[in-house]
Design a binder for this molecule. Structure first.
Ligand code: ATP
Ligand code: MG
Length: 457
């Protein structure tokens, strides 16, 4: 493929063409010609000082800017403004697009290349730019481009300029500028300016990437530590609750038996019988709480068997259908096909699903949507329940799995539902977490897929 466009050259800034774009100094100051030359040389010196000052100011800003995108934006806008180009784009390699330089930032007016077009890091063009290590006119570079997608991008900016971005000896990306708004040619001064700016930005980009990676790693570490602290705290609470529950359980059994005897002895006194009845009901309530507390610590040992989670979800949702439909709650299910079975207690998992769906119903009294999703991620089945309710204040999220944590009014909730869910999921060697979404919240349960995938216990 040959380039039909007129082949451009770099224009010197001085009318007489001083090599390297440096100021042209007249050899003899003679008359009007000499004064004109001196004035031009003075103009060039001023421009150079201005360029250097701009570079100095920008470098200072670059070092202070740690946000990657703001950094690129500043770089591109400054380059466009300084050389007067119509539009420009920065192509960079990132962790998701390992062997390609992709369009990361664009600025200016006019049509830009499509996003899907990218440069490969091992192309002849990349090789050429890395060896060159300075800006080059597009017309001079076209011969090095063999790939049609790369050619498409470059043609989009022709006649323009390409600035390699180098970190140490590696090409980390490139900035491409289109021609000038004024249609004037690029000057050696422009090239010098962009060359210095390009090397400054390359270092700043690497710094901001390192900073971002470090921030992300710190955040992950903090989250992992929090998870550990949370699970330790819940384990300690479980231990304590179980001890209390055991202690309460024995006298409770005795009280229950005596209540039966008492009821029999007051059978002919309706008033006393009614009091005994109420006492009995309250004793049953205590017994339920005690049972759930024990479930939180160590859920009832059901036999684990080959379980189709899709079926468990569907059966539980059918049971709750009347409850959520009368409340104007739309339940949307999105389940991946052909999921493997897991080794589980379907009864206990049903209880988990029921607790979470009931909570969602309680939190959306005016109606809303509950999306139930089931998918596979490596060796896990990931089940999520996302509601369009008000979410949970960030500071209380770590407390929701604690026994007796409730925001419901007295008599409406004991705050044991999620603790029991937590205990059951742990019993399955899984994990349950909650996170707020932009418009609601989401409970995510991860359950392990057995390595043989069809174990029957
Ligand atoms: N989907 C949700 N959106 C917002 N908050 C929720 C949601 N699910 C639970 N919560 C909060 O977590 C608290 C604890 O829930 P949990 O199920 O453990 O107890 P409860 O529903 O209050 O009482 P119980 O389940 O024992 O009747 C709730 O009171 C509520 O504040
Ligand atoms: Mg509940």
């Amino acid at each position: 493929m040959t380039d039909e466009r007129p082949h451009r050259r770099l224009a010197d800034r001085s009318p007489t063409g001083s090599p390297g774009g440096g100021p042209h100094l007249p050899t003899a100051v003679d008359g009007e010609e000499g004064i004109a030359a001196l004035t031009e040389s003075n103009r060039q010196l001023k421009r150079k000082i201005f360029d250097l000052y701009t570079i100095f100011e920008i470098s200072r800003n670059f070092n202070a800017l740690l946000d990657y995108h703001t950094l690129l934006d500043t770089f591109l806008l400054t380059s466009l403004a300084q050389v007067g180009a119509e539009r420009g784009a920065v192509y960079l390699q990132d962790s998701d697009t390992e062997n390609r330089f992709v369009l990361t930032k664009k600025r200016g007016s006019g049509k830009f290349p499509e996003l899907k077009h990218a440069f490969t890091t091992a192309s002849p063009l990349a090789d050429h730019l890395a060896r060159l290590n300075r800006p080059e006119l597009i017309s001079d570079i076209l011969q090095h481009i063999t790939d049609p997608a790369e050619r498409e991008i470059i043609e989009n900016f022709n006649p323009g300029l390409i600035v390699p971005l180098m970190f140490q000896t590696n090409l980390t990306g490139m900035m491409i500028l289109s021609d000038k708004v004024s249609s004037a040619e690029f000057t050696m001064g422009d090239v010098e300016f962009l060359s210095i700016l390009g090397s400054q930005i390359s270092v700043a980009i690497e710094n901001s990437r390192l900073y971002e990676a470090e921030t992300k790693a710190t955040e992950q570490l903090r989250a992992a530590q929090q998870l550990l602290v949370d699970s330790e705290r819940l384990a300690a609470l479980g231990e304590l609750s179980a001890k209390v529950a055991h202690e309460v359980n024995n006298p409770l059994g005795i009280i229950k038996n005596y209540m039966l005897l008492l009821k029999r002895s007051v059978a002919d006194n309706p008033e006393s019988l009614e009091y005994a009845e109420i006492t009995s009901q309250e004793i049953d309530r205590i017994a339920r709480i005690v049972k759930e507390l024990l479930n939180f610590h160590r859920p009832k040992k059901e036999t684990f068997r080959k379980t189709d989670l899709v079926q468990v979800i569907e059966e539980t949702l059918t049971l709750l259908k009347t409850r959520y439909e009368t409340q104007d709650i739309k339940v949307v299910t999105e389940m991946e096909p052909d999921l493997p079975t897991i080794s589980a207690s379907p009864e206990n998992l049903k209880q988990v699903i029921m607790n979470i769906v009931m909570n969602a119903c309680d939190i959306m009294p005016e109606g809303g949507t509950l999306t139930v999703q089931l998918k596979r991620e490596d060796m896990w089945l990931v089940l999520s329940f996302s509601d369009t309710g008000p979410g949970i204040p960030d500071e209380t999220v770590p407390r929701i799995f604690e026994p007796f944590y409730t925001t419901k009014e007295a008599g409406k909730g004991t705050g044991l539902g999620l603790s029991v869910c937590y205990g059951i999921v742990k019993q399955h060697d899984g994990a349950i977490t909650y996170r707020n979404l932009p418009d609601g919240g989401s409970f995510v349960i991860r359950l392990p897929i057995p390595s043989t995938e069809d174990t029957d216990e």
